[in-house]
Design a protein around this ligand. Sequence first.
Ligand code: 6SG
Length: 208
Amino acid sequence: MPPYTATYFSVKGRLGAIKIMLADKGQELKEVHVTMEEWQKGDLKATCVFGQMPKLEDGDLVLFQSNAILRHLGRSHGAYGKDNREASLIDMMNDGVEDLRSKYIKLIYQEYDTGKEAYLKDLPNILCKFETFMAKSNSGFLVGKEVSFADYNLFDLMLNHLVLCPKSLDNFPKLSDLVKKMSARPKIRALLDSEAFKKIPINGNGKQ
Ligand code: 6SG
């Protein structure tokens, strides 16, 4: 199996969930960190399908779009449900995670100082949807009995929210359990505790 290569800014951002998933699946990842100066030259941007990163290389396959990358890895490493029905539910939940991630990114990059209070006020209305859905699967994962790419994505985003507001999961036992359970998986724990991972900021503008 050729090693994966990810190209991105030196932030967790949209690469965090991908890194967590690869670590948990015991896959090696080579990382290429791009500085803003390099990016602004435009040569790399011109080679990116949508002019954006992250980029993942899997052998001669070059992928952009973080959610397509998560799905690719889910397919390759048995983290996309046991059948079509589960796969469709996993897609649905991952789209829900993407909706929250987009709101989070907008808060961080566009309205951190003015919008944080309103964001945190509305957050429980979003988290309760995940909580209710997880109560149905009752396995500790979003869908079925096994971990999926959507679980890694939700876990990564919940870690960011615990930094944004340490109390944000207090009334959500299923989401709190997901964080506890994922954090305790040995390869994820090792990644989260590694100096290389800890020193990379969550976002590119110093806000978190
Ligand atoms: C930014 O938006 O890091 N990619 C980003 N920005 C550079 O020229 N739908 C796709 C996907 O899911 C969205 C990709 C995403 O993959 S990620 C990108 O390529 C561009 O558009 C968030 C992130 N932000 C850090 C950042 C880069 C430029 C402005 C903010 C680092 C921080 C400030 C300067 C350098 Fe900065």
